[in-house]
Design a binder for this molecule. Structure first.
Ligand SMILES: NC(=O)c1ccc[n+]([C@@H]2O[C@H](COP(=O)([O-])OP(=O)(O)OC[C@H]3O[C@@H](n4cnc5c(N)ncnc54)[C@H](OP(=O)(O)O)[C@@H]3O)[C@@H](O)[C@H]2O)c1
Length: 312
């Protein structure tokens, strides 16, 4: 079913105002740099952007819409409905109208239900919008295996394939692989997109990393990661790529579409290259051993569960 062959996806969580970048992300990127990154992505064949209404405190979708219109390239838009409260009639429809206005488009390529809250009601409305042609493909995000199975059954009944699952995955967070969700996706022709494959910068070269409020909290983990960095550096040298690209390539080699927060031209270039790198089974094994032995603790694989109200 997949006419969207996603090799890598540009995350836009860090796009936004200068103040947002500086305070929360440790550095800001000028609008012109983000725009240049979009042009560079185009040149490197990366066309898929992952967005949501709250990214960049509400600014990311508007920036994307403006720049995409100016550049005039062909883009694939991944956007989401985030159910922060219980289902209310037409809540998805109203939210989608705002997305389309911000993104300056008449439809969304892939629309994800961001959390498994009142799944049946929210998905029913998303199915309606898909039948109306406002959404091309449907995905679910932060869902566990049982929730994925339930969603797929619902979509099957409606004659609409489940496009994908978008969950946290990285070299340091492989729970969705260990508990069988990744295999289930593969067996059912469902794409698996991994978010935060760089663990917010933790899986990049510590020598080149800029300090940020996030890295302040990471410092305790970094101390546990010397051996992992050593193995990542050795693999990076062998393939003539950066340490960050090893983390991205690792995911791509595991059948996970790497979603990476990019706001600078070199980052999209590196992401496009990394998605093509073939790691050997021995390299993958050494990376996983070093990651498992590090004992580093990162964002939980199921960290948004607290936002899902108990079933009534
Ligand atoms: N569905 C969900 O619930 C969910 C949740 C979270 C995230 N997401 C999606 O996943 C995307 C990725 O997550 P994220 O942005 O939070 O974190 P991330 O991709 O794990 O890490 C972003 C960090 O990595 C740095 N970076 C990016 N490319 C690099 C490169 N080539 N070399 C060195 N450093 C590099 C960035 O640097 P700079 O500081 O220079 O930008 C930033 O500090 C998000 O943007 C969003 O689209 C989805």
């Amino acid at each position: 079913m997949d006419d969207i062959n996603a090799k890598a996806v540009i995350g836009t969580n860090s796009w936004g105002s200068k103040a947002y970048g500086k305070i929360l992300r440790g550095s800001s990127a000028e609008d012109s740099v983000i725009r240049e990154a979009m042009e560079e992505a185009d040149r490197n064949g990366l066309r898929i952007y992952d967005l949501a209404q709250d990214y960049g405190l509400g600014k990311a979708q508007k920036m994307f819409g403006e720049f995409a219109e100016e550049i005039g390239g062909e883009y694939i838009v991944s956007a989401k409905y985030t159910p922060l409260s219980r289902y209310r009639k037409n809540c998805v429809r109203r939210s989608l109208e705002k997305d389309l206005a911000d993104l300056r488009r008449s439809y969304i390529d892939i629309y994800w239900l961001h959390l498994p809250t009142d799944t049946e009601q929210h998905l029913s409305e998303i199915i309606e919008l898909c039948k109306e042609g406002r959404i091309r493909h449907i995905g679910i995000s932060n869902f566990d295996l049982d929730e994925c199975k339930l969603s797929k059954r619902m979509l099957d009944k409606a004659g609409i394939p489940l496009y994908g699952v978008q969950n946290h995955y990285s070299l340091l967070s492989r729970e969705w692989e260990k508990n069988g969700l990744l295999d289930w996706c593969r067996e059912n022709g469902v794409s698996f997109w991994g978010w935060a494959v760089l663990e917010e910068g933790l899986l990049t070269d510590p020598k080149t990393r800029k300090p940020s409020p996030i890295s302040f909290f990471m410092n305790r983990q970094i101390k546990k990661m010397h051996e992992l960095y050593r193995v990542m550096t050795a693999v990076s040298k062998r393939h003539d790529i950066s340490v960050a690209q090893v983390a991205e390539a690792y995911c791509a080699n595991k059948g996970v579409v790497p979603m990476c927060g990019c706001r600078r031209p070199h980052q999209v270039r590196e992401l496009a290259e990394a998605a093509e790198v073939k790691l050997t089974p021995a390299e993958i094994r050494r990376l996983e051993e070093a990651a498992d032995n590090s004992g580093a603790r990162v964002l939980g694989h199921d960290m948004f569960r607290f936002a899902v109200p108990k079933k009534r």
